[in-house]
Design a binder for this molecule. Structure first.
Ligand code: SAH
Length: 246
């Protein structure tokens, strides 16, 4: 059994409210993971978080052969708000989209917004799978919240929903953009979205309104054309370095 002061290595995201004395019934797959995969027994500790109440230590009581109850004991870390950075992206095919969601979650993205652009090759996005990827990455990376995953929107809907309260930095591989270091000057305190196009890039009909937005900046990521998933992660890492918590 871990000593009470040490954070347990196993972390589980749960829906339930967390408070001292609460009892949680992990889902079947979570109970399977705790008991069969990690071989936890009576009194072993895990950390649980729900994105609202911080991270708590809980101990396991086996129930029958397969299930378990988690007894919530003490708060290990209070909830804190992470950097307000969203990633808008044209969905790409598997496995790249899974990779993108996992890595963006590790990099601390607050919200993922799939945007169906003119050249997007994917017509259906499995939001449940994306959410499962985001949860797993949050558990593994020590985050206190799971990034939100928005319903897919069309490019026009996305642009219509933008406003000056949230800056937009969109990856422009044509060379018309500027490095994020200059684009962000004077705006580091402002919440932001980074936005990348699909394999086929943005169409001219999309580029024009993006260029016209007063609070948006076209960003160049250098002379090489990056895959959409690479471009998204570079933009996120750059924003997190310049204005976030990296
Ligand atoms: N169709 C393009 C490649 C698109 S890459 C071509 O073949 O030329 C997919 C997306 O990644 C782009 O829409 C852009 O948002 C981003 N991206 C890739 N390389 C980039 C770069 N060097 N600078 C800025 N954005 C880039």
């Amino acid at each position: 059994m871990s000593p009470p002061t040490q954070s347990p290595k196993i972390r589980l995201y749960v829906d339930a409210d967390l408070a001292s004395g609460a009892e949680l019934a992990p889902r079947d797959d979570q109970a399977h993971y705790l008991r069969r995969v990690m071989r936890l027994g009576a009194g072993d500790a895990v950390a649980v978080f729900n994105g609202r109440d911080g991270e708590w230590r809980a101990t396991l009581s086996p129930r029958g052969k397969r299930s378990a109850v988690l007894h919530v004991e003490c708060c290990l870390r209070g909830q804190t708000a992470g950097p307000d950075i969203w990633l808008a992206f044209a969905p790409v095919k598997r496995p790249h989209i899974d990779f993108l969601v996992e890595k963006a979650s590790e990099l601390g993205v607050a919200r993922l917004v799939p945007v169906m652009t003119r050249f997007t090759m994917v017509d259906r996005v499995n939001l449940d799978r994306l959410r499962a990827n985001a949860i797993e990455a949050a558990e593994q990376s020590g985050r206190l919240a799971v990034p939100g995953i928005a319903d897919p929107v069309s490019f026009d809907e996305f642009v219509a929903g933008l406003g000056p309260d949230r800056g937009l930095y969109w990856g422009d591989e044509t060379g018309d953009g500027v490095p994020l270091t200059s684009a962000i000057t004077g705006h580091k305190e402002r919440p932001a979205s980074v936005f990348v196009g699909p394999e086929g890039g943005f169409s001219d009909a999309e580029r024009t309104p993006l260029h016209a937005l007063e609070f948006a900046r076209a960003v160049s990521l250098g002379p090489r054309i990056l895959r959409a998933d690479t471009a998204a992660l570079v933009l996120l890492a750059q924003w997190q370095t310049l204005a976030g918590d990296l």
